[in-house]
Ligand binder design. Structure first.
Ligand SMILES: NC(=O)c1ccc[n+]([C@@H]2O[C@H](COP(=O)([O-])OP(=O)(O)OC[C@H]3O[C@@H](n4cnc5c(N)ncnc54)[C@H](OP(=O)(O)O)[C@@H]3O)[C@@H](O)[C@H]2O)c1
Ligand SMILES: *[C@@H]1O[C@H](CO)[C@@H](O)[C@H](O)[C@H]1NC(C)=O
Ligand SMILES: *[C@@H]1O[C@H](CO)[C@@H](O)[C@H](O)[C@H]1NC(C)=O
Length: 320
């Protein structure tokens, strides 16, 4: 029995290692500008580091103080063109102020990484009255993308890369669920809430891709893999379940990617030359991957999009 378990573990481990997607793209990004949300930690930080090493000007956006990270990145890459700007995705006002500052300070944006995200939130509601997981992971990025879309169009060819997750498969999304505020108490519905936010990013990406056809702006979403980052420690600080925390750590010890490995697919989709015309895809391990079934129901997805336009309170002229 033990032998069988070990064999299964070794096989699963081997599959995880053998399917690891690493970008081979040598693209130089001198003269390009990228913006990364959630840039201070985990996948966002690794993405900034990689872009900076390619000569890109990078705008780091995060709610955290980024000065230490910025110093480390400049030191590691010798690229001084790293800009930090605070954004709090739990607030539509903060997103709007942030976008205004960006529009006033840069004249081009080649790659937008909608990456910041949380697993669970200690609070049930943001100041705007929505669930924080939904607002940080999805609504905030939906608004940010709209506010920056003209800049992206002017900079075409340009790309939008959104960090979704395979957990989008564990959704129970409906138009009504967009408004669900209180985080469910048990772990499974909580996973559904996170899954809903990540499915929404896939839907947003697909509709963007369709609306932006022939503009030179592409939109793709990414599953980075199971990656050991602070998102898990943060999550278990909130849900305080020692058993699950232990289980998660054990699974991580065997199967998880490190943040460098986890950032590879995002970077690949953001920079690889062969993908310059690829849009509306969901990538995992640097390859297109099948999306949750409901993401193919265009009529239903359109309803989610239109309801989100109301939630983030877009002016008619801001609609894409
Ligand atoms: N790690 C995985 O296995 C995995 C798998 C699938 C998808 N993802 C997705 O990958 C993305 C990056 O996550 P990660 O694993 O790198 O986690 P992470 O290390 O916790 O990074 C998330 C970043 O987002 C920032 N953030 C949190 N709330 C914010 C807010 N209100 N406004 C602006 N920024 C905020 C965090 O800042 P603070 O540090 O100050 O909180 C942090 O810097 C997330 O969207 C996550 O859902 C991760
Ligand atoms: C879907 O969400 C509701 C909360 O609105 C939750 O109670 C329910 O258990 C969830 N469904 C599944 C399959 O988890
Ligand atoms: C992308 O499309 C443009 C314009 O149609 C074309 O010139 C270019 O070769 C295409 N790139 C790739 C990698 O297919």
């Amino acid at each position: 029995m033990l032998f069988l378990c070990l064999t299964v573990l070794v096989i699963l481990w081997a599959i995880a290692r053998l399917t690891l997607g690493i970008t081979r793209s040598p693209t130089c990004l001198v003269g390009k500008t990228a913006l990364v949300t959630g840039a201070n930690s985990g996948l966002g930080y690794q993405t900034v580091l990689n872009l900076a090493s390619r000569g890109c000007t990078v705008i780091m956006a995060d709610v955290a103080d980024m000065e230490e990270s910025k110093k480390q990145i400049i030191k590691a890459t010798n690229n001084p063109n790293i800009i930090t700007k605070k954004i709090d995705l739990t607030s539509f006002k903060s997103v709007r102020n942030f976008a205004t500052e960006i529009l006033n300070s840069v004249d081009k944006l080649d790659i937008l990484f909608n990456n910041a995200g949380i697993g669970v939130s200690p609070s049930d509601k943001t100041g705007d009255g929505y669930n924080p997981v939904m607002q940080i992971n999805y609504f905030g990025h939906f608004l940010l993308t709209h506010l920056l879309i003209d800049l992206l169009k002017r900079s075409a060819p340009s790309r939008i890369v959104s960090t979704s997750s395979l957990l989008a498969y564990t959704n129970n999304l409906s138009v009504k669920k967009l408004y669900e505020t209180k985080s469910p108490d048990s772990t499974v519905p909580r996973t559904c809430l996170y899954g809903n936010s990540k499915l929404c990013l896939i839907i947003m990406t697909d509709i963007l891709a369709e609306k932006l056809k022939n503009t030179g702006v592409t939109a793709n979403s990414v599953h980075p893999g199971l990656v050991t980052t602070p998102i898990f420690t943060n999550t278990y600080t909130v849900i305080k379940n020692n058993f699950l925390s232990f289980l998660s750590q054990t699974i991580h010890a065997f199967f998880a990617k490190d943040p460098w490995e986890g950032s590879q697919t995002m970077i690949h989709v953001g920079v690889d030359k062969n993908l310059e015309n690829v849009t509306g895809k969901f990538f995992s391990d640097c390859k297109p991957f099948v999306k949750p079934r409901c993401a193919y129901d265009k009529e239903w997805c359109r309803k989610i999009w239109e309801e989100t336009e109301k939630i983030v309170d877009l002016a008619p002229s801001e609609k894409i």
